[in-house]
Design a protein around this ligand. Structure first.
Ligand code: CMP
Length: 381
């Protein structure tokens, strides 16, 4: 893998590589330091020394983000959605994308301040907090997920928003009719009554404007109940959308990993879908004990990436990408026959015992291939 491609993976908020996780932790720490310092900087009349210290820290955070911006710009041609462009065009595209603009904005005040000396604009702290928060939300691993869920559910969300608008307008109009003579300053026109309708329908209820007539109060009751209904509907749509999107992503990720296991090639699309639905991916660092001799066995493992060592007294065998282990305990209903330790960082696909037997019943050819390999191992052990 080229250095730029590796760096691109490290910068990707959705990649689970240890280096990417370390980078995200560092980025989060810097953002939090930046926010903390800008909050302190916003306190009027703080000690001059302290102010210099926090502004220096903000400048260091800003410089670190400027460096990150340069790296992201350099790696832009490796973004899958820009891979078809010439490298420099891809970099322009990224710089003008929402993520590129947010990253640029997060470094502008600091680089500007550093260029023009350490005199920071009066509302510097407030602006920096907003920009750091924007950067935080743009690079959290879930940010793309939220965007995707909203995109997937856009039609249903639109229907609910239209419903919301209809109830809001009806509430404002009825409240205007009921209250305009009693409270002309708050309900004298429909736009004026809209303020009360929004505060009531969203269940905020500031209480600065309240209906006083009987009809106005009946309308208010309906609006309150409708508000709860609309909010519950929105929460339900988003929650279902999230859970479906997470399931879909896991399915696709496992599907890709399953392609690394030759045992599953040629078993047909339906069988692969059955297998994928039952597997769980798990990452192990190098040197991790995956299976311990004598322990009860409740699952088997397929190696999607990496290598493990099967420690059989006195020999040992190395199993690599695409191979499997842990089948004997399931087939023989006996404790584990060997210790298994990862030699390199590994991604395993794990199949639990009930799923193993269900799958074996549905796809006898697959079960036979696993049993044949176990038989060979028993002979060789
Ligand atoms: P299990 O007994 O569940 O746990 C230890 C695993 O080591 C075992 O299943 C096999 O998958 C694997 N194993 C045992 N003997 C050998 C061997 N000779 N060659 C490769 N793998 C083995």
């Amino acid at each position: 893998m080229l250095p730029r491609q590796r760096l691109h993976l490290i910068l990707d908020p959705d990649v689970a590589l240890p280096a990417a996780q370390r980078f995200r932790a560092l980025q989060l720490a810097l953002i939090l330091v930046g926010i903390g310092c800008t909050l302190v900087d916003s306190i009027p009349g703080i000690d001059h020394q302290l102010q210099m210290g926090v502004e220096l820290s903000i400048a260091v955070v800003g410089l670190a983000f400027a460096f990150e911006y340069a790296l992201r710009l350099w790696c832009a041609p490796d973004l899958p959605r820009l891979a078809w462009l010439q490298p420099n065009s891809a970099r322009w595209r990224w710089a003008l994308s929402p993520a590129g603009v947010v990253d640029m904005l997060a470094i502008l005040p600091v680089t500007g301040a550093l260029t023009w000396g350490m005199i920071l604009p009066p509302d510097f702290a407030a602006v920096m907090v907003l920009l750091f928060m924007l950067k935080l939300s743009a690079h959290t691993p879930g940010a793309r997920l939220i965007g995707r869920v909203i995109y997937n559910e856009r039609r249903t969300l639109l229907v609910v928003l239209i419903m919301f608008g209809v109830v809001l307008m009806a509430a404002a109009t009825l409240a205007h009719i009921a209250e305009r003579t009693h409270q002309p300053e708050a309900f004298g026109s429909i736009p004026q009554a809209l303020w009360w309708a929004v505060a009531t329908l969203t269940t905020t209820g500031y209480g600065d404007v309240v209906p006083v007539t009987a009809f106005g109060r009946i309308v208010a009751g309906f609006v309150m109940i409708s508000g709860i209904g609309v909010l519950a509907l929105l929460a339900g749509i988003l929650a279902t959308g999230f859970s479906e999107e997470v399931k879909r992503r896991d399915f696709l990720r496992i599907w890709e990993l399953v392609a690394c296991v030759p045992l599953f090639s040629g078993i047909g699309a339906q069988a692969i879908a059955d297998v994928v639905a039952r597997l769980r991916a798990r990452y192990y660092p190098a040197g991790a004990v995956v299976v311990r001799r004598g322990a009860p066995g409740d699952s088997m493992f397929f190696i999607a990436t990496g290598e493990v060592e099967v420690r059989l007294n006195p020999n040992s065998v190395v199993l690599s990408e695409g191979m499997f282990f842990g089948e004997m305990a399931l087939l023989d209903r006996r404790p584990r026959s060997a210790d298994i330790v990862t030699l390199t960082p590994c991604t395993m696909l794990i199949l639990n015992m009930p799923d193993f037997f269900q799958l074996a019943g549905q796809h006898p050819a697959l079960a036979q291939a696993i049993a044949d390999e176990a038989e060979k191992r028993r002979g060789g052990a």
